[in-house]
Design a protein around this ligand. Structure first.
Ligand code: HEM
Length: 463
């Protein structure tokens, strides 16, 4: 981030409003600490200063940490028109995905959101469930060929599976052959985006530093894969109603022009990125938590036995897999893939007598709110029954928002929940997943909250 990308916070404050508390020292002096472990640093700030913390970055520029349901509700829902995603996010993420539904604002965003929304409607999703089932089945056939008790890192395996599913479901293209090269390229590119977002000064992309060169190589690999998908379809029109056919058919109401190759490329790479990394991270944490809690795993086994009895988790059966779904919900409470939502105040605002000057960049901290003791008893404990309907109804809505909220709520929410339930049920029916002991498992807060050193598990076929 450059100085010019940070917005100035020097505006007038109303007399009844005070600035929120926060440390006196500039964040710049704690940069190494913040970069190494942003979650611990921000949690410490919250513990020391409260639910809204003012963190001065450099003279004249501040950043706020918002860690309470009231702030989340205000900024994402009731007063969402006063906030947008900051340039810092849109530009850094834009290096990887260009200008797309994820990184744009205003009319451009609305047009693309409206264009894509139908591809995620329930009736299309129902068709996609069979793609998810067959993808998972063929993925597990590979696992079945391998010897029992082999040790694998479950994180890249989940990435490979979810990439295969999103490619086939949205673009009717199996990209699993190249998935390990693509997986590495996604990881490299996302790490670069996080680096750009979390550093005050970074070298411009044109400079031939090793970091820049690695990113440029990764971006080239991703662009090539995405252009292959688009070109393949331009030359082989399919009679399907997947997302790509909707994008290809889209025409501007005024000019009648279709999307350019560059616009298509940006949207396809966005959907591939947002649609695989998030689900894969959440599933990886789910396997970890199931490994740590054999009693929960046993309950899940009972549910699968009763509902499926060895059959495939098809769309009709999914509503009955309620315990499985609660496990996934609870896993995203403890390890929300999107750990903090970035926003910028578009105008001076106030919340509960705290002043938020125009231009302030805010992190709405899901990872703190999801464990906030005001709303969660024994917040660090893994307990899927927190998501029993009667318990959900007792909590404020914004105590839990893994998919965001308001107009920018995740477009792929129902897709992700359906996919995760299918994958969990399939794998759990067919394999024992046992955690390898004495390994260090730690969250790494980059684009998603993924396990820093992976998660090693021993895989064995169930008889
Ligand atoms: C467990 C899985 C997922 C989680 C936790 C998740 C989380 C989120 C969150 C929190 C946002 C809002 C960000 C903000 O307001 O700043 C978001 C937006 C988005 N997500 Fe997801 N997501 C998941 C899966 C997916 C999938 C499967 C897709 C597509 C297939 C997808 C596509 C998108 C897109 C395109 C946006 C931008 C929407 C907009 O700004 O209009 N996500 N996601």
């Amino acid at each position: 981030m450059s100085m010019s990308e940070l917005s100035s916070t020097q505006t007038t404050r109303k007399p009844n409003c005070q600035l929120p508390p926060g440390p006196r020292a500039y964040l710049l002096f704690a940069l190494r600490e913040v970069q190494q472990d942003p979650l611990s640093y921000l949690s410490q700030m919250w513990q020391e200063h409260g639910n809204l913390v003012r963190l001065p970055v450099i003279p004249g520029y501040t950043f706020y940490l918002a860690a309470h349901v009231n702030y989340a509700e205000h900024m994402l829902s009731t007063h969402q028109e006063r906030y947008s995603k900051p340039d810092l996010f849109n530009k850094s993420m834009g290096l990887m995905v260009g200008q797309s539904i994820l990184t744009s604002e205003g009319d451009f965003w609305l047009k693309h959101r409206r264009l894509m929304q139908p591809a995620f409607h329930q009736k299309y999703l129902e068709n996609l469930s069979s793609v998810m089932v067959s993808c998972t089945e063929s993925f597990l056939e590979e696992w079945e060929q391998k010897p029992d008790n082999r040790v694998i890192d479950i994180v890249p395996e989940m990435m490979r599976l979810t990439l295969k599913i999103v490619g086939l479901a949205l673009f009717s293209k199996d990209i699993s052959v190249e998935s390990s090269t693509l997986g590495l390229a996604f990881r490299e590119a996302l790490e670069y985006v996080s680096y750009k977002m979390n550093n005050v000064w970074t070298e411009p992309l044109w400079m031939p530093t090793s970091r820049n060169l690695r990113f440029r190589r990764a971006k080239q690999i991703l662009d090539r894969a995405v252009l292959d998908i688009i070109n393949f379809r331009r030359h082989n029109p399919l009679n399907t109603h997947d997302l790509l056919s909707m994008l290809l058919a889209a025409q501007d109401e005024m000019t009648g022009e279709g999307m350019t190759n560059k616009q298509l490329q940006d949207e396809v790479i966005t959907l591939l990125t947002a649609g695989h990394e998030t689900v894969a991270s959440a599933l990886s944490w789910t396997w970890y938590l199931l490994g740590k809690h054999p009693n929960v795993a046993a309950n899940m086994q009972d549910e699968l036995q009763t509902v499926l009895n060895g059959s495939s988790p098809t769309i009709e059966k999914l509503p009955q897999l309620q315990y499985t779904r609660r496990i996934f919900d609870e896993s995203m409470r403890l390890y929300p893939p999107s750990w903090g939502l970035p926003r910028v105040a578009l105008e001076d605002d106030e919340i509960q007598d705290y002043f938020i000057p125009k231009g302030t960049i805010i992190n709405i901290a899901q990872f703190i709110i999801h464990r906030h003791p005001e709303f969660w008893e024994n917040p660090d404990q893994f307990d899927p029954d927190r998501f029993l309907p009667e318990k959900v109804n007792q909590r404020p809505k914004f105590a839990y928002f893994p998919f965001g909220a308001g107009q920018r709520i995740c477009i792929g929410k129902s897709f992700a929940l359906m996919e995760a339930t299918i994958i969990m049920a399939f794998i759990f029916q067919r394999f024992h997943i046992e955690l390898v002991s004495h390994q260090s498992v730690e969250p790494d807060a980059t684009f998603t909250l993924r396990p820093k050193y992976g998660i090693k598990v021993k895989v064995r076929k169930k008889s």
